[in-house]
Design a protein. Structure first.
Length: 268
C-alpha cells in the first residue's frame, strides 16, 4: 500500500504514468537533453487527485487575495502527526512558514548572533550552509561516520562541538537528507540530552519524515524525550511526501513558550 492509498483508502493510484516535465520551467528538469537530474528532492509522480480537486475548488473562487491561517490548517498537521507518528502537537505550538528555507534563514538570524557556530551533521543539504554563511554565522560540521555502507553519529566529536561556547544552534535533519538515515528514538534522546546540557537549541528539519523505508519507524525529534521537546523547534511540511514543494508552505512548531515567541517574531 502506497502513501496516498494510506491517506484515502483508495486501492490504487497511478505511479506508472509520469508527466513530461521538460520545458515546464522545472528546476529539476531544465537540464540538457541527455542529462538525468538526480540532484534535488523533487518527485515526478503526478500530484494526488484529491489535492488537485482542492486547489481547483480554491481557484474557482476567482480571487487569490490574502488568507487567514485558521484552525483547519492547524488541525491538518495535528491530525496527521497524531495518526501517523503518534505525537500530539498542541494547536498553539504551530506557526505558519512560507517554506522550509525561509524558516531556517529567519530562525538562524533570530536565535544566534554573528560569528557564532551553527552545528550541522554532514554531509547535509547544501542550502543549510548558504543560510548560515549569508547570516554571517559559522557552519560547524559534525561529520557522520561511514562504514560498511551505513552512516552513524560520531558522538565524541558531537559532544566536543556542542561544548564549544560559540555553538548556540544545532540544525538537525531527521530523517537525514541526503544519507537517508532515520535516527532512532535513543539517538535523538541522546542528542537532546547533550544539547540541553550545553545550552544549544535544536532546529529539526523533518520535512522528509513520511518518506521512510517499509518497516522503518520515524520518531519526531520532539517526541524522543522531554529534553528534546523543551529545547527544540521542528519544521514540518507536506511538500516532500505529496510532491507540492512549489506551493511554498510549511509549519514550525515549538513546545517551549519563549522559544516559540522568538520564532513567531522571526517569521512574522
Amino acid at each position: 500500500m502506497g502513501l496516498f492509498d494510506f491517506i484515502s483508502g483508495k486501492e490504487k493510484y497511478d505511479f506508472d504514468t509520469l508527466p513530461n516535465r521538460r520545458g515546464t520551467k522545472s528546476l529539476k528538469w531544465d537540464v540538457g537533453e541527455n542529462e538525468l537530474p538526480m540532484w534535488v528532492a523533487d518527485m515526478d509522480f503526478a500530484v494526488a487527485p484529491e489535492i488537485i480537486e482542492a486547489l481547483q475548488k480554491r481557484l474557482n473562487e476567482r480571487v487569490l487575495g490574502y488568507s487567514l491561517v485558521d484552525d483547519e490548517w492547524r488541525s491538518a498537521y495535528q491530525g496527521w502527526w497524531l495518526a501517523r507518528h503518534d505525537y500530539e502537537i498542541q494547536k498553539e505550538w504551530l506557526i505558519y512558514a512560507g517554506g522550509t528555507l525561509p524558516a531556517i534563514d529567519s530562525i538562524i538570524r533570530k536565535l544566534t548572533s554573528p560569528a557564532e557556530n551553527v552545528l550541522l551533521m554532514s554531509p547535509v543539504y547544501n542550502c543549510f550552509y548558504y543560510c548560515i554563511k549569508n547570516a554571517a554565522r559559522v557552519p560547524l560540521q559534525n561529520e557522520l561516520a561511514y562504514a560498511s555502507g551505513d552512516y552513524s553519529i560520531d558522538w565524541e566529536d558531537l559532544q566536543a562541538k556542542l561544548a564549544d561556547p560559540q555553538t548556540t544552534l544545532f540544525i538537525l535533519c531527521n530523517p537525514h537528507n541526503p544519507v537517508g538515515r532515520t535516527f532512532s528514538r535513543d539517538d535523538l534522546a541522546r542528542i537532546g540530552e547533550l544539547c540541553e546540557k550545553h545550552g544549544v537549541t535544536v532546529l529539526s528539519d523533518e520535512v522528509h519524515c513520511d518518506l521512510t523505508e517499509p518497516g522503518v519507524r520515524y520518531t519526531p525529534f520532539a517526541a524522543a524525550s522531554k529534553s528534546c521537546e523543551r529545547i527544540s523547534a521542528s519544521i514540518i511540511a507536506p511538500t516532500k511526501a505529496f510532491n507540492i514543494a512549489g506551493l511554498q508552505s510549511a509549519a514550525v512548531f515549538a513546545a517551549d513558550k519563549r522559544l516559540r515567541h522568538k520564532i513567531s517574531k522571526a517569521l512574522n
